[in-house]
Design a protein around this ligand. Structure first.
Ligand SMILES: [Zn+2]
Length: 471
């Protein structure tokens, strides 16, 4: 896709009419508002960083004076997607390398391959990786992300992200359990990052939150410090938990309780906490999630590629039934959040032999408004409504993969190609046009990232284990 959108100057402003910078006119708009309205032949007006009007095209053309009008007739417009869990450094410049040794189990692979790669990165490596991750997300229609708590060089990463224009929340790597001063250092790091990169009531495009690696790497004191910071600053705690039996086994052996029950007992859970994976949870833990209002982040690619056993033991349909807010993450395995929704829906429909599980509307909700709710930002993002931030995606239906548009939400959720993302705005700024970045020389970024990735791998000293023989 190389064609860019045509834009034409509007007529002069008339008194009493709403002023806007841009009117996207004629699109099919999936509003994700409370009534889940789909507006055929709709229009969106943007002024500054906000959506100022949403409605039928004919009405907005009568009531809005826009500096520019964009012909949206071939597009489906959605709110920007929310990726609730992504590692923005490490993987983007070393993708596919951490394959593990022949006898390495999942934990060995993490300790001997994945973490050494993360730890070998320089500030510049992390900056380049974060820009690659942001650009990939934007290309797939993700406008807001919650990082996974594995950034080592926060300042360089934030500076690099600011150049991308994406909305995100990031956490510096903290592990409070290992080493004599680890707990105090972890708590100091959480405090410092939140103060250095304030959330500003959700208004900041980028901010730091107390995001932790989680599992069993943080002491109770670190968990409670993170929760207190979140309470005081109106932000969120996030952490990995229970992708497999390892976390429940550790918590049972060391606390006598399963992870979610232990964290509830010490007062570390609440509606400002998001936990990622939650594949191996008991019904008792599910009740605790419901009781405390914790948000569950499901990363389908990681679960199914990693063989978590989720289709056999996962309780996500039960979580949704119980009213737990379920949002999606990619875990950095892929940047495409819609494919995560498809994978999740497909696996549970098949595992439960129930074709009605995860209908298309729910898949889109998990990728948009549920993510915004989980991040406590639904006042600002997650739907296309007047007053919200202008985080907008235009999906091009002029592709054979789309076919004629009969039911836009179902087609987008079930079969639209990821390369159908044509244009993306974040905070009222267009970051993608015709599938191309408006901010980056993509070829240069890719070349720099490749060099950086090769450097990281060389410094780890890890062997390149390819699957098939390379001759
Ligand atoms: Zn993760």
């Amino acid at each position: 896709m190389s064609e860019t959108l045509t834009q034409s100057p509007a007529a002069g402003a008339a008194p009493g009419r709403l002023k806007a910078d841009l009117l996207i006119a004629g699109a099919t708009i999936l509003t994700l508002n409370a009534r889940r309205e789909v507006i055929a032949d709709g229009a969106l007006a943007i002024a500054g960083d906000r959506i100022v009007a949403v409605g039928k095209r004919a009405e907005l053309e009568r009531t809005v004076d826009a500096a520019r009008t964009l012909d949206g007739r071939r597009f489906v417009a959605t709110p920007g997607f929310v990726d609730g869990h992504i590692h923005i450094t490490g993987d983007p410049i070393t993708r596919g390398f951490a394959r593990g040794g022949p006898d390495d189990n999942w934990s060995d692979k993490l300790m001997k391959w994945v973490i050494p790669i993360f730890r070998t990165q320089t500030p510049r490596d992390e900056a380049l990786a974060a820009q690659c991750a942001a650009l990939a997300m934007i290309r797939y229609g993700t406008t807001c992300f919650l990082e996974a708590g594995t950034v080592s060089h926060l300042d360089a990463t934030m500076e690099a992200l600011a150049e991308t224009g994406i909305r995100g929340r990031v956490g510096e790597w903290v592990e409070g359990r290992y080493g004599p001063n680890a707990e105090a250092e972890a708590i100091a790091t959480l405090q410092s990052e939140v103060e250095r990169y304030p959330d500003k009531g959700g208004e900041a495009l980028l901010a730091a939150w107390p995001v932790m690696v989680g599992h069993s790497t943080n002491t109770d004191a670190v968990w409670l410090a993170a929760k207190t910071l979140a309470d005081e600053h109106g932000i969120r705690v996030s952490a990995h938990m229970s992708p497999r039996a390892g976390d429940p086994e550790w918590y049972l052996a060391n606390t006598g309780k399963r992870p979610v029950e232990h964290l509830e007992a010490i007062g570390a859970l609440g509606p400002n906490v998001c936990l990622t994976h939650l594949a191996d949870v008991s019904m008792g833990e599910l009740e605790a999630l419901k009781r405390t209002g914790v948000h569950a982040i499901h990363c389908a690619h990681a679960a199914f590629q990693g063989g978590f056993g989720l289709s056999r033991i996962g309780l996500y349909p039960e979580m949704i039934e119980a009213g737990v807010n379920v949002m999606l993450g990619t875990d950095g395995v892929a940047a495409d959040i819609l494919s995560s929704a498809r994978l999740m829906g497909s696996v549970f429909r098949d595992a439960r032999a129930d074709q009605d599980l995860f209908p298309p509307g729910l898949m889109l909700e998990m990728a948009t408004i549920n993510g915004a709710v989980g991040m406590g930002m639904d006042r600002l993002i997650g739907s296309l409504e007047a007053g919200k931030k202008a985080d907008i995606v235009l999906h091009d239906t002029d592709l054979v993969e789309w076919g004629p548009v009969f039911d836009a939400p179902a087609q987008l959720a079930l079969s639209a190609p990821p390369h159908g993302v044509h244009s993306v705005w974040v905070d009222g700024v267009q970051l993608l046009d015709g599938g191309r970045s408006t901010r980056f020389d993509e070829e240069k970024l890719l070349a720099d990232a490749r060099q950086a990735g090769l450097g990281v791998i060389a410094r780890t000293g890890l062997p390149n284990r390819t699957g098939w023989p390379v001759i």
